[in-house]
Design a protein around this ligand. Structure first.
Ligand code: ZN
Ligand code: ZN
Length: 346
């Protein structure tokens, strides 16, 4: 099969690999779509979040059709349309035993530790493979990872009808968080971003109000929109090197809650005194697992199936496997391309 293999930053090679064979309990999927995640981009750029072995096929945001099933597979059959949850805990530690495999010390990820979806075929254990309802497309599956993170966000930071919520970030996680927060019933959702093109999409994708941080003082605007008090909840969905966590602390009302979703490549700049005097609650949101026994990944699928969330406007770019490097470059140069989610379509 054809696969895009990671060797080093900016060195992803298209080559022939052996098609995966299913072990007991595993299924092989013909990949129909695989998203390029921010973490994949970090590997491509050479920003080290985690160690990655040369020779691995990246890609953990995948969906496709089941083409082969291993022994003992009961819940899936050949021809099923599926999405794949990439996180695999050890299964035995104290966290895994209560469904919190995202904080398992032995957590492994398909597309990072095992071969992933930037290939014609991929395999996964059956319990991580979910059937897709008819109205959830393969392209939608490239955003299930982000929806699951956002679902975990509202699991950590509960949102209800009284809340004015600010979401900072107009990348995939900003958009999915905005939609999930709306679906959870927030009174008003304000999306803060840097690019007008993305903010236009945000208006059609569910934001009540959008603010361009390059054009207005977003902290003041949020205060104005909340009778001078500030937002009940702020989700920071940018990370990297952005000064947005400090802004989040400034725009929250006293006793407000900050959900930290963005992954920072250096320790973020905090506005200590805002947090201190307002007694803010900072909650970290890393990845996802189960919520009340139900996989948050599956809750994401349900939200798309019920049309409470809509992934379609978020897939802005598609590239065939042969042109995967162009896909990475499109995401790297999002200032020019306005890419939100880039999908590789083998
Ligand atoms: Zn991801
Ligand atoms: Zn574990």
């Amino acid at each position: 099969m054809k696969a895009a293999v990671y060797y080093a930053p900016k060195d992803i090679r298209l080559q022939e690999m052996e098609k995966p064979k299913p072990l007991t309990g595993e299924v092989v999927i013909e990949v129909k779509a695989c998203g390029i995640c921010g973490s994949d981009l970090h590997f491509y750029e050479g920003i080290k979040d985690v160690d990655i072995n040369p020779g691995i096929i990246l890609g953990h945001e995948l969906g496709g059709e089941v083409v082969e099933v291993g022994k003992g597979v009961e819940k899936l059959k050949i021809g099923d349309r599926v999405g794949v949850e990439p996180l695999i805990g050890c299964g035995t530690c104290e966290f895994c035993q209560v469904g919190k495999y995202h904080i398992c010390p032995g957590l492994q990820t398909i597309g990072i530790n095992f071969h992933g979806g930037f290939a014609e075929y991929a395999k996964a254990p059956q319990e991580k493979v979910y059937k897709l309802p008819d109205n959830v497309s393969y392209e939608d599956t490239t955003l299930l990872d982000a929806y699951a993170v956002s679902v975990h966000g509202i699991n950590r930071v509960s949102v209800d009808v009284k809340d004015v919520v600010v979401v900072i970030g107009s990348g995939p996680l900003g958009f999915t968080t905005m939609q999930v927060v709306k679906a959870a019933g927030a009174k008003k959702v304000i999306l803060v971003g840097r690019r007008d093109e993305n903010l236009e999409i945000a208006k059609t994708a569910g934001a009540d109000i959008t603010l361009n941080t390059t054009k207005v003082d977003v902290v003041n605007e949020v205060k104005k929109l909340t009778n001078g008090r500030g937002a009940n909840i702020v989700f920071e969905c940018v990370g990297g090197l952005a000064p947005t966590l400090g802004q989040a602390l400034q725009m929250a009302r006293p006793e407000g809650v900050i959900g930290i979703i963005g992954a920072y490549s250096e320790d973020p700049i905090l506005d200590f005194w805002s947090g201190y005097f307002k007694e803010l609650n900072l909650l970290w949101v890393s990845s996802y697992a189960k919520w009340g026994g139900k996989p948050e990944f599956e809750i994401g699928i349900d939200l798309l199936a019920s049309e409470k969330c809509n992934a379609k406007p978020l897939v802005t770019h598609k590239f065939p496997l042969d042109e995967i490097t162009d896909g990475f470059e499109a995401l790297l140069n999002k200032k020019e391309t306005n890419a939100i989610k880039v999908a590789v379509i083998p």
